[in-house]
Design a protein around this ligand. Structure first.
Ligand SMILES: Cc1cc2nc3c(=O)[nH]c(=O)nc-3n(C[C@H](O)[C@H](O)[C@H](O)COP(=O)(O)O)c2cc1C
Length: 239
């Protein structure tokens, strides 16, 4: 099986520690590709909309994005991590998610996304881990991923793993091991179940693309939907 990991920080702190513990049962059996932000995508979206209007290869940051998009498409499991910074995912993570706007369902979702599973690992000192996870989940779900598991935690005191109380470390270790045990037992040859909410999003976007394509058959997104067969009877979760 293949795993892609996208870390919202380069720091090898608590989030990284949790991610490493999560990966333990996968190390032997999975091909793992890992990215650290901002190192692996150090640039911001400048809002030119070229990815949407003319294709992602026209983005000024296309080289960075291609290097991440390829293993993203190939992955059976997507792992995204971020500590909470000012109650949200890190700016580096948000900068990457902006670059993937073209993958959102109202534009050109990748059919591969509908069968994938994802895990989000976030933690914070006191408050913000849930909203950080939500920032990432929002993109994943609009990319078409239905099966998203979220791990959040609060350190409540110290921010360095070694200085945390024995009880806190034990709590985090137990919880992350429980999650990795559950997810390493999944049969990744089988596609994930597609949620009704994903199908509803898809059908609304399909209605919009149908009308856009009718008005302008050259419109980039509409053309993509037509080529996938999605304006007809083909559905991305039935491949
Ligand atoms: C810029 C910045 C903003 C932060 N904002 C929050 C916050 O809103 N809520 C919170 O509980 N902790 C906040 N923290 C603390 C981190 O979430 C916490 O230290 C976390 O454990 C860091 O994870 P790491 O060790 O993986 O880097 C912030 C830290 C930084 C550097």
């Amino acid at each position: 099986m293949k795993i892609i990991i996208i870390n919202g920080t380069e720091k090898h702190g608590v989030t990284n520690r949790l991610k490493e513990m999560f990966l333990e049962p996968f190390r032997e059996k999975a091909e793992i590709t890992e990215f650290y932000l901002p190192k692996d995508c150090p640039s911001f979206c400048r809002g030119c909309i070229s990815c949407v209007m003319r294709g992602e290869h026209t983005c000024k940051d296309a080289e960075y994005i291609r290097k991440i998009a390829e293993p993203l498409m190939a992955a059976d499991l997507i792992v995204m991590t971020s500590p909470a910074y000012v109650m949200h995912a890190t700016g580096a993570m948000k900068a990457l998610l902006d670059h993937f706007a073209y993958l959102w369902m109202p534009h050109r979702p990748a059919p591969e996304m509908f069968s994938k599973r994802a895990v989000i690992i976030t933690q914070c000192l006191g408050a913000g881990a849930n909203s950080a996870a939500k920032d990432i989940k929002h993109s994943l779900s609009w990319w078409g991923v239905s099966d998203i598991t979220v791990f959040t935690g609060k350190l409540m005191g110290e921010i360095v793993w070694e200085k945390l109380s024995e009880q806190k470390r034990l709590e985090f270790t137990k919880r992350i091991h429980r999650l990795s045990k559950k997810l390493s037992g999944v049969d990744y040859d089988k596609s994930s179940r597609v949620r009704v909410s994903t199908k509803i999003k898809f059908f609304f976007c399909r209605m919009m693309q149908k009308s856009l394509h009718k008005n302008d058959p050259e419109y980039f997104d509409g053309k993509y939907w037509a080529e996938q067969g999605w304006l007809g009877k083909v559905r991305p979760w039935k491949i």
